[in-house]
Design a protein around this ligand. Sequence first.
Ligand code: ASP
Ligand code: MG
Length: 603
Amino acid sequence: MALVVQKYGGTSVGSVERIQAVADRICKTAREGNSLVVVVSAMGKTTDTLVKLAKEISNNPCRREMDMLLSTGEQVTIALLSMALQELGQPAISLTGAQVGIVTEAEHSRARILQICTDRIESHLNKGEIVVVAGFQGVSNTANLEFTTLGRGGSDTSAVALAASLKADRCEIYTDVPGILTTDPRLVPSAQLMSEITADEMLELASLGAKVLHPRAVEIARNYGMPLIVLSSWSDRPGTKVVSRLPQPRSLQGMEIAKAVDGVEIDRDQAKIALLRVPDFPGVAASLFGEISNQNIDVDLIIQSIHEGNTNDIAFTVVNRVLQPAEAVAEAIAPSLRTHPTAVDEAEVIVDRKIAKVTISGAGMIGRPGIAAKMFKTLADAQINIQMISTSEVKVSCVIDEADCDRALHLLSLAFDIDLSSQKEITKSQYQGKHPPVRGVALDTNQARIAIRHVPDTPGMAAQIFLLLAKKNISVDAIIQSQRCHVINDVPTRDIAFTVNQNDADLACRAIAELNEKIGCGQVSGDTAIAKLSVVGAGMLGHPGVAAKFFAALSQEQINIQMITTSEIKISCVISEAEGVKGLKAVHEAFNLSGKERINIPA
Ligand code: ASP
Ligand code: MG
């Protein structure tokens, strides 16, 4: 007999008929011999309606009262669903978050789960009852037992947290779409359903996946190795499986707040090739990485920072073994990379073999802006200079001097409380083989790019900048540091560019302008007319040519790449917002992700 946690979203329980249909489905699973805990959302658009009511009374309603109000929505559904089950002759009981003991921080409207008491649920299950739990809500860990909510869309998180705490066999998320698609079907109608995706890929596809599944739910599933399935409550199709690798053992206490970072890794076997002053027009990255992929050379990190005048720098790393052929390709192509056929200023190739890459990883970085900053600060305090930075949703990698690498590993493992002896196989091999090189493509148009020119190239600069942003609660997405070095008043400097949510762009620019008076960087500029286009796939590791294909698809559409950043399983390009959808379609097509079937998505 299996223990299954099922979660039904608002539309799935939007009317009496739908609640009855859900009750039928639950009974069917129970009759197959399973124990069930069912988590539900508020009916239909109830939560939106409640928010609107509050706004009619106050422009700025107090967060405690909002939680009091919004938590009523789910309470209606649990009672009705229990009644519907009882009508079918199925013993059932409804419980609120507080009755279960879903204990959270005392942070109204965005509480994170600390732990869940399972005693009461277990005693009902033992009596053969189905337990129906209100999603999205919990109770504070303070003496006055305040009602809290987890943030909009939080019922998914309630369900996975319950499944992990109960050590359930699986967690099923029923929704109004058939699962997770290869891209946004409203932009690309030929998007297809994925049968499977890894939790890491899902997190890297945040801007695509978050609409279907609360990222915090994916984070818990990944951390505790909980099998998760997203499927439609209207059909019997199998949906999408979100698979997690075997997790590192982790306590159920402090579930959502402990250990934002769960891996620190060092890769000594890296060498860097930088091409300086390549022309800033479509097709350059495509021809460079096309040629490299023709030689069957696998590149690891790729970074292209903001342009300067009409040229860019592109840097990438490879394993030492293929440095020579990679360098040969770069040297061979450099003469053709001129801003103008007659220009003398051909691109310059620089090679550095004495580098290492240090990476921190963990699902808990999402929405916690202090993590990257803490890494930079740890390195800065040890006077370790960062040569390249590359970030993704769940990883930050820094290229540093090889001589510093043992110190870096040691200090970072202390800073993030990581037991290095358990760190054998965080990345690489675990993904190889089984997974497609590209699983999905995401376009994020809600980002803005901030560029800071001429940041002194000394340890501690990145730390200062990103600590300040973290203090203002601004989450930074991609961070890219340029290759080119400018000596200003005898101080070597580099440019740093990063992307943030558009809403935070002004605040970020102002904060940095202020800091600038202290540390003396150059001009700070923001650009909101950008889009970030990403391809994600656990199989791209050890599969040369993914980057080349991505860049070639953009080049064919004459789309210029403004910035590039990569992680092991993701490549992102910043392009102009106006070309976002065109780029998305081209790339989705280039990786053969399109299909004939049209997936129906409710408006
Ligand atoms: N009812 C809440 C919301 O609409 C939580 C959820 O449905 O996940 O945000
Ligand atoms: Mg939802």
